[in-house]
Design a protein around this ligand. Structure first.
Ligand code: GCB
Length: 876
């Protein structure tokens, strides 16, 4: 019996020890689930939500201008067991946009400004143990002149949109009070092919009223998990103090170097133990050996060799989620970016989820990370302080990711100033001085805090950056260049780069943004500047790539943007969205993504036909259609409906083929050495509409591009002058279309999602004809009043003309509408009927007889007529 009792006691003792050590060691839980949320300032009408959460995921995309920038309230009850009384408790918020005030059990705990960095609050003194505790967070995303960013081209979604963690730590722990860092920093005093050294600086807090003796055990293991270095330190920490320790590891010989092609990672483990050897806390970090520098003539030097950066910028929001995006979807972005063959990401214009940086370490992507001081600075001590604090949080929280090689702090800081029509010359001069001053402070601070990183700043195309010498501050300059979009032509890129290099030979430069907007529903055989076609997007990206690759001195390029993203005020073909993505807002790739992949990713075979089989194709008076095919192989064969029609050779990932599609269903097949792709699509081919059968036929008036209308499953064909047996206009001109801009009206059209039809139109057209066969048709005409006042002034649409006031626009145009001589709308006056740019349709049933075709006549009474589109649907 005796031994048995002893065993029982021993077991109990073990259990007790386990429970005891459980209580003593650090614990972290994610408390995202089941928060109460309300927008109501009376704090009623609570709804239950989960974090990540934003209150702007819908209103930032609706027809009403603006979105809620104001207060949101969150609350949650958390039970804290009595056993956790000995621990120190922190709340960690990984991202709250943009100002947070936190309360625990009614006590104010702290305030944080800035929506893109994490913050910790010690809440221990406010807790009730063995009881429920009320956590309240008041979140404010109102415009605040003292919190960057100010006015920018992306939506400021309000809310707690990243994880909330509850961290409970023993009295001695790695500090949580150093700008929400991990409490340790990994440095590499010397790295070369032959040897590498690692130094870790740890900050230990002792919250006890008496001093404590602890032990720190650090180890580095290689990618196979084999421990290759260990260091142990005993340390006495005085009561209520923070102790700083530096631990040097002996050099590692012939280290495995890290690069995007060879992302070799070592692992650092840190164990904090008490004097009895019980683990109090455990932390880890990637360790990677690489070194970077820039050379004004050779570009970036990575591990001693010139290395061209090719990649993308990334915003963090996602269709349907706003900024509150599940982590798995966000991580998929990084895989998509890597698979495209990128070797760099610029997380623009703000620090993004830490999980993504970790993935960049693992997959091999160099990172440019920055804080959102964008377009403009406010000259107040508060703005300066918030910006510097933000940079300190940014540097400290992202310091240990070896993929981060560039730390930035400003984007296009003189953009507002250049387009400012209200400030005096003196005010503008002052703005240059104080913006420079903030840049200098941020630059100096970044160099001091992160000595082994490159500092970087992005500029827009303007001499003001050279004149003020702000462009000489950082180690690397990123130019955001939109030649061929906002200004000039595509080849002007090279001219600009050469000129800068000649004038500033000691400056290292890259192209940090470039790219046109593109819409997968818009297509043209004659792509033009500012027309949102995928074809123009491809031309521009391809040429930029060639121009950058031809210049050794250019560090590289990051496309704007990896994905379409929310920018509420924009009125492009997809309103509220900036459409310059290589992939769509839902991350479905656009054609250009595949082109990049075919050039950059040589590992995975790729073959892509740049045609969407879901979009019916119309070939009117066109024998064949040129189709682009992308591949990273050398050659392929092209078959149409089972017959070989061409053998193609890919040059720089691209080949074009003229395909003689037939009317009806077509099967286009391309086969290369290792791959095959088939696309089956519906083609409407006609040289004579009078003898053709169709169910629906749409025309995009005033446009050289076609638009796929998903709702009606019809592709609206481009406009043309009338010719017999076909269709077209007899008079009128495309509204607001110039050599440089092929968009028509740059606004959201209310009450519709067919901006691709409404935004372009014929003005002054009195007669339009479509030679359809006899029969009964439903005919829908599409109109919008282009000049009615829109409240939004588009800074990014620099060529937009000034809108008329409501009063002026009411008198703009009045006209009668006839179809085949029947008056279907009398004194049509949209400005009078609709308060804004509404998509208006007139639908009538028309009987066509005697081979007369369909005639649309617009008779002006006042001003000029407009017409955006025609849809003809066969009824009998
Ligand atoms: C820029 C800005 C970026 C905009 C972009 C654009 O230069 O840095 O924030 O979104 O241009 O699309 O206009």
């Amino acid at each position: 019996m005796k031994p048995h009792i002893t065993y029982q006691i021993r077991n109990l003792l073990i259990l007790f020890c386990v429970a005891f050590s459980y209580q003593l060691s650090a614990q972290k839980s994610i408390i995202n689930s089941g928060w109460q949320f309300t927008l109501d300032t009376t704090k009623t009408n609570w709804q239950t939500i989960n974090i990540p959460h934003t209150w702007n995921k819908n209103d930032a995309f609706d027809d009403d201008p603006g979105y809620l920038r104001g207060l949101g309230f969150y609350q949650k009850q958390v039970y804290v067991p009595i056993e956790k009384k000995e621990l120190i408790h922190y709340l960690r918020f990984k991202g709250v946009n943009q100002e947070a005030n936190v309360y625990v059990n009614g006590h104010f705990v702290g305030n944080h400004k800035g929506g893109y960095t994490a913050f910790n609050f010690n809440i221990t003194e406010f807790l009730k143990f063995g009881d429920y505790n009320l956590i309240e967070v008041k979140v404010d995303n109102s415009y605040n002149a003292n919190i960057p960013p100010l006015d920018i081209d992306f939506t400021i979604y309000g809310g707690i949109y990243r994880d909330v963690e509850w961290i409970a730590v023993p009295k001695q722990h790695l500090t949580l009070n150093d700008f929400a860092s991990e409490g340790f920093y990994v440095d590499y005093p010397n790295v070369s092919k032959e040897k590498a050294s690692v130094e870790v600086t740890v900050f230990l807090d002792n919250f006890d009223v008496k001093s404590a003796t602890n032990q720190l055990e650090l180890s580095i293991s290689d990618a196979d998990g084999k421990i290759i270095r260990t260091e142990t330190k005993k340390i006495k920490i005085n009561a209520n103090t923070t102790e700083k320790l530096k631990i040097h590891f002996p050099e590692i010989r012939n280290p495995n170097l890290w690069s995007p092609e060879h992302p070799y990672l070592y692992q650092l483990q840190i164990l904090l133990k008490d004097k009895n050897g019980t683990i109090l806390e455990e932390k880890s970090s990637h360790v990677a050996f690489r070194w970077v520098s820039v050379d004004p003539n050779k570009g970036l030097i990575l591990n001693g060799e010139p290395y061209k950066l090719i990649g993308v910028n990334r915003h963090q929001d996602y269709e349907g989620y706003g900024s509150a995006v599940p982590m798995q979807l966000q991580e998929n972005d990084i895989y998509l970016i890597k698979n495209m063959g990128s070797n760099v990401i610029r997380f623009a214009h703000y620090p993004q989820a830490q999980e993504l940086y970790k993935l960049c370490d693992e997959l091999g992507l160099l990172v440019w990370s920055e804080i959102p001081v964008v377009n403009k600075v406010t000259n107040t001590p508060e703005f300066f302080e918030t910006s510097l604090t933000m940079q300190e949080e940014h540097l400290k929280q992202y310091y240990n990711f070896p993929s981060v090689v560039m730390f930035g702090y400003m984007n296009e800081i003189f953009l507002r100033l250049v387009f400012d029509r209200t400030s005096t010359d003196q005010e503008k001069e002052d703005a240059k001085v104080y913006s420079y001053e903030l840049a200098k402070q941020l630059e100096d601070f970044t160099r001091k805090m992160a000595p082994n990183r490159l500092t970087v700043m992005a500029l827009h195309f303007n001499e003001v950056y050279n004149d003020t010498k702000i462009a000489d501050l950082s180690m690397l300059i990123g130019w955001n260049l939109y030649f061929g979009w906002y200004n000039d032509t595509i080849p002007d890129l090279g001219i600009f780069l050469d000129d800068q290099h000649k004038r500033f030979p000691n400056r290292s430069i890259m192209v940090s943004e470039y790219g046109p907007g593109a819409d997968v529903n818009i297509s043209s055989t004659t792509p033009k500047k500012y027309d949102y076609t995928q074809e123009y997007q491809l031309i521009l990206h391809k040429s930029y790539y060639d121009q950058v690759m031809a210049r050794d001195f250019v560090v590289g390029m990051t496309a704007w943007n990896f994905a379409d993203f929310g920018s509420e005020f924009r009125g492009e073909t997809i309103p509220h969205v900036n459409q310059k993505g290589l992939v769509q807002y839902n991350r479905e790739p656009k054609d250009v993504y595949y082109w990049y992949k075919s050039v950059l990713n040589t590992k995975e075979p790729l073959l892509h036909i740049a045609l969407n089989p879901e979009h019916p194709l119309s070939l009117i008076d066109e024998d064949q259609r040129t189709v682009s095919i992308f591949s990273n192989e050398k050659k392929a064969e092209v078959f149409l409906n089972g017959e070989l029609i061409d053998a193609i050779t890919f040059i720089d990932g691209l080949a074009t083929v003229d395909i003689p599609f037939i009317n009806g269903k077509n099967e286009l097949k391309v086969t290369s050495d290792s791959q095959e792709e088939t696309k089956t699509l519906q083609v409407f081919k006609s040289n004579n509409l009078k003898t053709s059968h169709f169910k629906r036929f749409g025309i995009n008036l005033g446009s050289h591009f076609s638009f796929y209308d998903k709702e009606n499953d019809v592709t609206f064909v481009p406009d043309r002058p009338y010719s017999e047996n076909l269709y077209g206009h007899f008079d009128g001109t495309p509204y607001n279309i110039t050599k440089d801009k092929n968009q028509g009206i740059p606004n959201n059209i209310k009450n519709t999602e067919k901006e691709g039809i409404f935004q372009t139109m014929l003005e002054g057209c009195t007669s339009y004809k479509v030679d359809v066969p006899d029969g009964q048709y439903q005919v829908t005409l599409f109109f919008v009043e282009p000049q009615i006042k829109s409240n939004i002034e588009m800074i990014f649409n620099l060529t937009a003309e000034k809108a008329l006031s409501n009063e002026d626009s009411k008198r703009q145009r009045v006209f009668d509408v006839f179809i085949n001589d029947n008056l279907i709308e009398s004194r049509f006056n949209m400005a009078k009927t609709f308060p804004d740019k509404y998509g208006v349709t007139l639908t009538s049933i028309v009987n066509i007889r005697n081979n007369e075709g369909l005639s649309i006549n617009l008779k002006p009474i006042e001003g000029k007529t407009v017409l955006s589109g025609v849809l003809i649907e066969k009824k009998d």
